[in-house]
Write a protein that binds this ligand. Structure first.
Ligand code: ZN
Length: 162
């Protein structure tokens, strides 16, 4: 029993020492913090799409969106709204993007959950290139919907995995 609690605390310490966002939450790394919620904290991205680009991160270490608990997610979304409105009211961008990357293939670079809030301006140079796919048939599309619906029915209403 004792060794298991030791290894748990070592695991937590490793997260804090290795994860850049855990280090910011712990006050061990500097960041331009703009807001702090109960379970979330917001600070400026050091490589912004445009100046004022902020990150809203969970205080606890969750690797991606699918790992978040509902109460943490609610606090993050509330912080996201507060930070977005403050960016709009202070910087007056022409628009803004809220996005989140999960996994290397999706462009995630820090494996501690975070939302981006990026102010946008006409002609600011950011282009998202997409190659949209086309379903071969309504049946193929229905098959994808069936696979996903099947897991929604298996998981409980809060989206927790079973
Ligand atoms: Zn972390």
């Amino acid at each position: 029993m004792k060794s298991s609690s030791n290894s748990e605390s070592t695991e937590v310490e490793n997260h804090v020492s290795l994860c850049p966002f855990c280090r910011i939450v712990a006050g061990e790394a500097k960041a331009e913090i703009i807001y702090e919620g109960v379970s979330s904290i917001a600070f400026l991205d050091i490589n912004p799409i445009n100046f004022g680009h902020a990150l809203v991160v969970s205080k606890g270490h969750f690797s991606d969106f699918s790992e978040l608990s509902d109460d943490v997610l609610c606090d993050i979304v509330s912080s996201l709204k507060i930070v977005s409105r403050a960016i709009i009211d202070s910087l007056h961008p022409a628009g803004f993007n809220i996005f989140n990357n999960n996994g290397l293939a999706a462009g995630q670079s820090v494996f501690h959950f975070h939302f981006h809030v990026a102010p946008r301006y006409n002609g600011d140079g950011l282009k998202i290139r997409t190659q949209l796919k086309v379903y071969e048939s309504p049946e193929q599309m229905a098959e994808y919907a069936k696979m996903i619906r099947g897991k929604i029915e298996v998981n409980d209403k809060s989206g927790e995995r079973k």
